[in-house]
Write a protein that binds this ligand. Sequence first.
Ligand SMILES: [Zn+2]
Length: 394
Amino acid sequence: VTRSAPAAALRPNQQRLLAVLGRHDRLRRSELALLLDLPKATVAGLVDDLLARGLVIENTPESGSGAGRPARSVSLAGRPPAAGVLVWSTDLLRVAVASLTGRILAERTVPMAPQEEIDGLLDPGLRLLRAAARDADLRIGDLATVVLGVPTPFQRGVGMPVPASPPGGRGHYVGWLRADPATELSKRAGTQATVENDANLGALGEYTFGAGQGLDSLVYLKLGNRSMGAGLIINGRLHRGVTGFAGELAHIQVHNDGVLCVCGGRGCLIHDVGPGLARLVEPAYDGPISFDQMLDLAEQGDPGLRRILGDLGRTIGRPLADLCSMLNPAAIVVDGVLGPAGGYIIEGIREAVTRHAAPTAADAVRILPGTLGAHADLLGAVALARDDQHLPVF
Ligand SMILES: [Zn+2]
């Protein structure tokens, strides 16, 4: 966080103050005192010293509505730290530059099929990130870190924790994710890099900035046209599991002797959804239906769609009910990208949870739509970047 003075010369409380300022555009001394839990006089002293060192600046006072002298807020003197984000979610690549306060400064989205080689993702990804950084008046090397989200289970330093070649497995995992691409990404971006599962990012996003704020625990359900996964927040922390496989809802067994799956198991839930949500609802209509058309039909309150998505909610809700009995979470947060379609799925999940979970757990769990829409995983990457930068959480 420090820019022009050596960090060693700063007292711990000054470093904490700079870290807090790194997450807010501007704060008054009284707000800093509250966030740092320090007396106002102490904060005033810390700020005076940092002003003298040129590490923070005083902003021109906003015209106050109350009586007396308007309080002047302070900001970091340098550019506030920003993160680069690449989230690959089955058929889309979203690229963004965001401040660590959770403001998206620039964003690009392109279609992205699974790529056989790492370059197939990183070449266009870094090109878009460079363009997004330019839009935000930054260079890629200015970014504090770059986070890559991937639509597969993922273990840091290892890659995908799944068998190399399940016999006859149905599904598709890209081979280059059998190693952690963070080193290659870091080398090419010229800054620190981290790779994380996309549903975990969504969970972190809704927990930090969205529907899950202030909750102790939640299950985030990621559900796109061709993606299904879950992220678990337990005691305020992301739970990845011992090999990064936690929350792989798609690979819960729902048919004892169902089709073999790419995960090495068989009869996995994901095969009930098959080639995508839109294809699942298609038989009820005359012609092919795209994902966006499906969302439109939901918006119009289409009864057939309500029935099909309600059934899907009940199917997904069955294993979620067991999870509720086991974990007793405060909430299940459903991917906000689905809009009204998500509402029908939530109705089905609620039914299944009420029916199959232990009543105490079922009564306690709130089932909520995400409030961040398509930005949940981008903002989750920002939350992860904060952790990786060891910025204290206030
Ligand atoms: Zn599976």
